[in-house]
Design a protein around this ligand. Sequence first.
Ligand SMILES: Nc1nc2c(ncn2[C@@H]2O[C@@H]3COP(=O)(O)O[C@H]4[C@@H](O)[C@H](n5cnc6c(=O)[nH]c(N)nc65)O[C@@H]4COP(=O)(O)O[C@H]3[C@H]2O)c(=O)[nH]1
Length: 896
Amino acid sequence: MLVSFVLFLGVLFLVYSYLERQTKIDTQQRFHQSAQQTANLVDTLVQAKKDKVMLIALSLVQESSLKTVLRQRQSSEIDFSQFVEQVSNYSGLKNVWIQLLDAEGNSLYRSWTDKHGDKIIEKRKDLQLLYANPRIMQSVSVGAFDLTFKTMVPVYEDGQFIGVFEVLAKFNSIAQKLTDRGIESVILVDESYQNQLKNPFSKRFLGKHYIANVNALPELVQLIDQYELQHRTNSTNFIALSKEQLFVSFKKLYGTENQPLAVIYLFQPLQPVLESAYQASLQVYGILTFIYLFLLVLYLWRRANRVSRKASDFNESLLSEVKTKDQALQHQSFFWQSIIDGLDHTIQVVEADFSVTLKNNAAQYYDFADLVETDSQNCRDDIYNVDQPCEQDHRICPIKKCFSSGKSASIVQKIIAPNGKKRYFEFTSTPLFDDYGHVEKVIEIGHDITPYLKAKNQLETQKKELDFMAYHDSLTHLPNRVLFIDRLQQALDHCRISKTVVAVLFIDLDRFKEINDTHGHRVGDSVLVECAKRLKSAVREVDTVSRLGGDEFTVIIDEVKKSEEVADIVQNLLNVIAHPIFVDKRAFYLTTSIGVSLSSTDGKNPIELMKNADTAMYQAKASGRNNYAFYDPEMTEKALYRLEVEENLREAIKHRQFVMHYQPQYDIAEGKITGFEALVRWQHPEKGMIPPIDFIPLAEDTGMIIHIGQQVMFDAMLAAVNWRKSGIIDQRIAINVSARQFQDERLLELVEDSLMATGCQPEWIELEITESLVLSDYDYAANVLSALQKMGITVSIDDFGTGYSSLAELKRMPIDKLKIDQSFVRNIPEEREDCEITRAIISMANSLGLDLIAEGVETEQQAQFMVENGCQKAQGYLYSKPLPEEEIIQLLGRSH
Ligand SMILES: Nc1nc2c(ncn2[C@@H]2O[C@@H]3COP(=O)(O)O[C@H]4[C@@H](O)[C@H](n5cnc6c(=O)[nH]c(N)nc65)O[C@@H]4COP(=O)(O)O[C@H]3[C@H]2O)c(=O)[nH]1
């Protein structure tokens, strides 16, 4: 804008500079024109006068009198004064003269003078020219007196040149005519004529110049002189005298031979000329101003147009830009929409009222329905079977959460797609904030993660399979060596805490190679798989069976309390493998050798234990296969012995090799038998009488105690019945109930059955339960004991004092009798502490009103201690050892 303005000013300046210059030029031109006009005026006037003079000459030349004179050349007798006067009147010219010249150039008549007959041609060049070539000639010339107009007409008669008729008129009238037009003139005759004017008409001279017009104003003449205008006529045709306010122009007159004749100085007021010039300038100015204004208007219009066009262009470009941008936006929008619509992800815009205002194609396909929540319905669940509707007690709606917290929230939901397929979607809600930071909307993006979950599950399965393969044997699916060692380490760590023992079994199938070689690997593999199954089924769930490779298996037996347990398990494993294995309807009889190492004695780490178990396995093989061996030989012996006992025990049960001994119980003070305790003995056919301590624990462990207990109960009840029938006793017989028996739910049934089978009355017997058994499960014990009491059976607590029963527990327990354990009795009276305990037990039993008996009384002091401290009954070697039934009968017979 500023640049435009400066340019505009520049142009304005140039235009006005130009105008000013132009004005000057125009003024000069106007002056020149004005001078030219004035000169033209002079020319016109001169020409008009010339023409007039010529017309006069031509009209007069026809005058016969003139011809006559010329023909006769007799001018002296002719008076043409009247004729001239008529011509003057006729032509309107005041001063008109005529002259007649004969053919030789002699003046026949001159109206201005009386003189005639002289040879004028000799003096006048114009006449010489005319006579040389007769023709009508006009001229302004300086005569002897004045500046005059002349017209010379050759006169012919009958084709013969007879002379010249010349008409003359004063030039002075021209000045008058100029004056009439407001132009004063001063006619200065050329200085070359100064000598010619003998008797000048005006008699006025400026220097050498004759002032031809009589009425020329002196001040003008003075100005000519003052400004030396005479010298300027050659360089210009005008002078503006500003001071005098006069405009002076010059008009030069020339003679017939083009010789300078005179200069007419034409004076006119400067102002009109200037005005005229100004007018011209003004016209120029006007035109220029007009042009300028026009240009300005044009410029402004164009500028306005330009501005308008610019504005229009701007508008157009703006519109175009807007259109382009709009299109770009549309394209972009279309582009994004295409992308958004092309996405598998569902996108929904959820408003604060949970209505969905926008959704992409995927969302429309799944049509997750309005997200409007009601009290009873959650979003989507009325349309689709959503397993996990978002708003429940245990989970919240992510859209709600997003609105309330302003943070993104996600949820995984199972939906049924329109095609009926089950899909898992992960929905992520993202907040959109308004200008005030409030959550305005929520963008919910749903992503079908079914393939991902499927792939994840597959990967997990594959990983599990790989993990499984890494840690398991591919044939038997048993843990491999790596896992076995790991588990063994864990077991060792655990057994250190639990103070138990871990046993490692190294199992090798005997002569398995023969099966492989003879029947092929496929059969061999089948045999191995079956062996693995059997080994696994023969141990506890917590125990680990692994395959090291080939026909070698290992087993971890955890939490071993006694080595005998291990021997049992090992024996069981030998047995399960010994059963025939069928492959392709062919029976294979396998044996196996098992080596055992124990963490207590044979090693502290997995490698050591496995190595020693392996060594033991070779010992077992060396001792004849189908065998087992402990790494410690003593353990092997023990195990073998135990196995033998177990087998014998089974035989003993089968063949009823158990016999009952009865130990009498006495009233210490009176020395009378108050009862008996039935104590079982094993009458081994080869080894003789085996005490209960050598087989009861094994019978307990193996469960055979149940069978032994049945026999004992039956025999003892039967003895009670028989002895009563024979009338030798009326005392009760106490029967020991082992832990396994007591925990057997069939105990009460067994007691009832035995009572019924023997005909024994409940009052005739007493059941002894160890204190530790009662304390291990107090409620159960109380129930069972209570049931026994209700049956009428006396219940006594054996080995009392070893279990640390409290007085409160005793008080609540349904029991009738306490048996002071012989471990206290044994040291009485030496051990003060045992004495104190015994006193306390006696005191406790007495205070609770319980019957009381001391076991293992071997000395009088012990018996006396008991009596002194309130225990009236005792049993022990002091009175009698446990005796066979016959001896009891004898004893009773003696006592009777
Ligand atoms: N040192 C010494 N010992 C004495 C004396 N008086 C008795 N004894 C022994 O002490 C044991 C008492 O039986 P127990 O405490 O019930 O201890 C019994 C009992 O727990 C168990 N037992 C015996 N018979 C049976 C039975 O039929 N069933 C059950 N479940 N266990 C039985 O075997 C254990 C041992 O029985 P036994 O060898 O017969 O040993 C008997 C008996 O012979 C004595 O003065 N000094």
